[in-house]
Structure formats: C-alpha cells, structure tokens
Design a protein around this ligand. Structure first.
Ligand code: DOR
Ligand code: ZN
Length: 402
C-alpha cells in the first residue's frame, strides 16, 4: 500500500493528468490510472498543478551575528513558502565561513534549525591546508567574491583536488571602485575564462549582463563544466523601474541594469542558455538598506511565481529551478519520476499582489513590490509529507547535501 497518492495535472516531462504514488518519502509510480491503494489521497483542483519542489543554489541565510537581517528559521520558512525545499547557503556570514570548524558549526545550526534540506558554500581559507577540513566538515563548494578573484587559478586547482565545486561572483574588484559598471562584470568573466581548463567546474553566480553571458556561452562549447546562474531581479527587473519604486534601496550586487539588458537576458533565458535559476536571496533590514546601502533583496518567496508569471514556461522553470540544481548538488530531487524524492509543490493559477509586509522572510524590501503575480504556492511536500500549507509550517529533519 502507498502512503500517499496525488491525482491531478502533473508536470512529469509534460503537463498531463496523472497519479503520483508515494511510499517512504519516495515517488514510486507516475501513472495515468491509480496504481493501487494508498493510505491518503490528495486530489488537486482544476486550477492546480503539481511540480517538483525547487532547489535554490544561492541563498544568504545570515543568522549568527546578523540574526536581525534573517535567521535560519525565517530564511528557510521563506524558502518553503516559495516552493523551495533545498537551499545552498552562502559563506559571507559574520564570521566568514572560512575554516573547517566554522563549517561544522554552520552544518549543526542548519541541522538544528532549518526547515529545508541544505548545502554549504565555504569561503576560501587563509591556508590551503584548511580546504580538506572544510570539505570534511560538509561544505560542497567554495564561493569566491571579487577580492578573492586574483587567487582564482590556484584556488580552483586546490578546491578541485579536494572535491569542492566552485562558484564565482564575477566583478572586477579594481573597476568596482569607479562604480559598479557592466564592464566590471565582463572584465572579471573574461579573466576567469582565460584561466579555466576544459574540465574545470565553475559556476558563474548571478550573471547580470547579456555580454558576460555571451562570453561564457562561447567558452562553454568547449568547456562543459562551466555553468551560468541567473537571478530573478536581473531577468525581470531593471534599474529604472526599481528606482521609481524603491529609490535608493534598489542596490544589489551586481547592480540592476538597463531595460534593454534585461530584455536581452530574457531572450537568452527563453533560448535555454542558462543552467540555473537562483534567487541570491540577500536579506537586509530596511535601515541597513537605507543608511548603509546594503545590497540585495529577499527572493525566496517570489522566485517561482514570478518566473511563471513572466514566462508561462513550466518546463523551463522545472529544468532551471528544480532538475538542474538538484543534479548539480547530487540529490535525487527535481523530477516527478520513480525513484525521486517526493519533494513536491502544489501550485495554483491564482492572482495575488506582492506585499513585502506579508513576507515570511525578515527582509521586506523588493523592487517587485505591488506587482500582480498569476501563480501561487498552495502546498509543499518534503519526502511525501506536507511541510507548508496556507501559511503554516511543519519542520522535518533537514538533510545536508554534500
Ligand atoms: O547583492 C548582494 N548581496 N550581492 C552580494 O554579493 C552579497 C549579497 C549579500 O550578502 O547581501
Ligand atoms: Zn549572493
């Protein structure tokens, strides 16, 4: 007997009516008829569809000394509310995640508090001997920020030999002093492309310009380990619209660009040029945004509905936000298919307006404020159990992906 059967319109390679039968947290069967008796049945309504839950490769959960901005609890509840059941945490915490000991403490904090499964990026350590400890403690990748880029080549080699992946924030540190221009991204991307080998595994985080994307795409033809991550705000927002809505709080790194650029980015998106859709969920207090120019927006609760509202492309969303990032982390998630984890999202076609005051995240400043979205997350399951529904959360054990 199955634990649960879900019946309705299901995205399993195509959107079609199906029964999804689940046992012990795993999808056992996807069939056009009921596959057998189940202890419980979930019947979707006509407005609802079932898709795999998302994996977000770029999330700043903060906590520790920055709990005012976000905690693991608020950040990961925010993830669930947005249909995300795995997050990859970023290492620019305070203190910075650059030792094995700190990675261990971070893993423990997430095991104790996270509402979703997780993976950990570490920062490059001062001594390369520390890389092994960082890997053993559970980090899966290094994340390089602009000041780290001069050491890119050496770090790539050493990280690779320890089995750590690498993600890079590509903006040229020296050029940033003169303002965060699109050229600063292109220059950094070109330098990195000049230093990678044919088998290097490098993920370009939040690429913001179509020029930089074209440069990576050209190199990708012969260097299959290069991947591109894009963020909602660089695809669906531009600097002018954001300034009109939230003024000086528009700051994010890399910056929002022109309308022409975001149009070009959406063109590339539609052609399937990008590997991963990731939020760069970067929570800050309103005070830090206004008085310190703190860069970044919360993204977890909007990313999925926003993507579908703007593109209506369920297969592309499922590839870039579910299947590809899960495969990258090595988890059996992101597909509604036998053998895959029953991490699922019930979405409905329903109109709602973005009201940051209602966010689960502590961060409340977004340039998408007031926009009408046409898709909403109704319910989220992890390993076959409901963990989010109508604003209510249930915490299940959080697993580390490494
Ligand atoms: O906008 C950003 N926010 N870009 C970054 O590189 C860091 C991030 C943060 O941690 O706030
Ligand atoms: Zn980031």
């Amino acid at each position: 007997m199955f634990d649960l059967a879900i019946h309705g319109r299901v995205y399993a390679g195509e959107l079609a009516e199906a029964w999804v039968s689940i046992k012990d947290g795993v999808i056992v069967k996807v069939s056009s008829e009921p596959a057998g008796r189940a202890a419980a049945t979930l019947e979707l309504d006509d407005a609802q569809i079932l898709i795999p839950a998302a994996t977000d490769l770029h999330v700043h959960l903060r906590d520790w000394t920055q709990a005012e901005k976000e905690t693991v609890e608020t950040g990961t509840k925010s993830a669930l509310a947005g249909g995300v059941t795995t997050v990859a945490d970023m290492p620019n915490t305070v203190p910075k995640l650059e030792t094995g000991e700190l990675v261990e403490a971070r893993v423990q904090l997430l095991k104790d508090r996270s509402f979703v499964d997780f993976a950990i990026h570490a920062a490059p350590p001062a001594e390369s001997a520390e890389l092994r400890k960082i890997r053993r403690a559970g980090a899966f990748a290094l994340k390089l920020y602009p000041p780290d880029l001069p050491s890119f080549r050496g770090l790539l080699k050493r990280a690779g030999s320890e089995g750590l992946k690498m993600a890079v924030h590509a903006e040229d540190e020296k050029m940033l002093a003169a303002g965060r221009s699109p050229e600063a991204e292109l220059v950094a991307v070109r330098k990195i492309l000049g230093e990678v080998g044919p088998r290097s595994q490098v993920r370009f985080a939040h690429l913001s310009t179509s020029e930089a994307a074209h440069a990576v795409l050209a190199k990708k033809q012969s260097h299959a380990g290069l991947t591109i991550e894009v963020a909602p705000h660089h695809l669906f927002m531009d600097s002018r619209t954001s300034m009109a809505r939230i003024g000086e709080a528009s700051r994010v790194n890399p910056q929002l660009r022109s309308q022409a650029n975001s149009r070009a980015m959406r063109g590339l998106l539609k052609e399937g040029c990008f590997d991963f859709y990731a939020t760069d969920h970067a929570p800050h207090t309103l005070k830090d945004k206004l008085t310190k120019g703190a860069p970044g927006f919360p993204g977890l609760e909007l990313a999925l509905p926003l993507f579908l509202t703007k593109t209506e492309d369920v297969p592309l969303l499922c590839r870039m936000f579910c299947e590809a990032p899960a495969a990258y982390l090595g988890t059996r998630k992101g597909k509604i298919s036998p053998g895959y984890c029953a991490d699922l999202v019930v979405l409905s076609r329903r109109r709602w307006r973005v009201d940051p005051e209602k966010f689960v995240s502590k961060a409340r400043v977004t340039p998408f404020v007031g926009e009408e979205l046409r898709f909403a997350v109704d319910q989220v399951l992890m390993r076959g159990s409901t963990v989010y529904r109508e604003g209510g959360f249930v915490r299940h054990p959080a697993l580390l992906a490494r």
